[in-house]
Design a protein around this ligand. Structure first.
Ligand code: SF4
Length: 309
């Protein structure tokens, strides 16, 4: 059995595609989510398999939370999200739905009773700054989701991707988040800097990369602004090619288990096996062993690193 200290959080991926690129870019923007490192969908499963996967994680670990991520898990097709959330909750997991929220309202009624925490992406405090990153109309959709979730007193978290130019908007976004926290529980705010992973190229670096120290200072400033609110502020800075990741485990809904074993320069996560045939604990322990062999930190999984920014 994997203890909670060894593995507290498991990321479950029902699909790796995303609908964000349906939005048009704004006139000033280089494109929608150009910084994203998601893949085309490579998960093929069915509802019974998803349940078996969750059962196997439950039977072999004391993890307390499943993060439903992707791509985006709230898609315009049946990806088994609702039964998966329900099953995870019944198995005793907290459920964290990590979404761009574009279709959240459509599926909210069926999701609502089975989601512990909604983490929403927002990269600026207004339409101009936020839509530059994720497309025209994104901020309006975010505001509608906030209205829905706050009026229903749901538990929230926020993910923010930054550029050198957008750092100046973080204090204003901090003010927005503080205001929301006065009306509904807010657990954390994750602020990210561009990392050259997954289809990285120099064009993306030209658009998004900037000085790590400037990022660290800006996050420290807003962390100060939020002190005393109870909101955790996590930072996800850029990484050099030789830098390791914190240890995270991803479970695809077909049972495939992958982990971040290598450096930022690794083209993709290492596939450990399939938990339905190999067991979950043996695969994760193999990953632990591999990390210690290579001298890489085995810091446990946390919200501090996510699939999609
Ligand atoms: S960054 Fe998030 S919202 Fe944008 S395309 Fe990637 S997964 Fe979708």
């Amino acid at each position: 059995m994997l203890t909670r200290d060894e593995l507290g959080i498991v990321h479950l991926v029902l699909n790796t595609d995303c609908n964000a690129w349906d939005l048009p870019k704004t006139a000033e923007s280089p494109g929608v989510c150009r910084f994203c490192y998601r893949e085309r969908n490579r998960v093929h499963t069915d509802e019974a398999t998803v349940r078996r996967v969750i059962d196997r994680v439950r039977a072999e670990s004391d993890a307390h939370r499943i993060v439903f991520t992707g791509g985006d898990p709230v898609m315009p097709y049946d990806n088994h999200l609702e039964p998966a959330l329900q099953h995870a909750q019944a198995a005793g997991f907290e459920t964290n739905l990590h979404t761009n929220g574009l279709l959240l309202a459509d599926r909210y009624a069926a999701l609502r009773d089975h989601v512990t925490l909604y983490s929403l992406a927002v990269d600026g405090p207004d339409g101009q700054s936020a839509d530059w990153f994720r497309g025209s109309g994104y901020f309006a959709a975010f505001q509608a989701n906030i209205a829905l979730l706050v009026s229903d007193r749901r538990r929230l978290a926020f993910n923010t991707f930054t550029t050198a130019a957008s750092l100046a908007t973080l204090p204003s976004l901090a003010e927005t988040i503080t205001g929301l926290a006065a009306r509904t529980p807010v657990e954390y705010w994750l602020i990210s800097q561009y990392r050259p992973i997954g289809r990285a190229n120099s064009r993306k670096a030209d658009l998004y990369a900037y000085d790590r120290e400037a990022f660290t200072e800006a996050v420290a400033h807003v962390r100060g602004l939020l002190s005393g609110t109870g909101i955790q502020v996590y930072d996800q800075p850029t990484r050099a090619a030789e830098d390791p990741y914190p240890f995270r485990v991803w479970v695809l809904a077909d049972g495939t288990v992958t982990a971040d074993l290598g450096s930022v320069a690794a083209p993709s996560n290492t596939v450990l096996g399939n938990l339905l045939s190999d067991g979950f604990e043996p695969l994760v322990r193999r990953a632990f062993a591999s990390r210690s062999t290579t001298g890489t930190s085995t810091a446990t999984s946390s919200e501090k690193e996510v699939t999609a920014p």
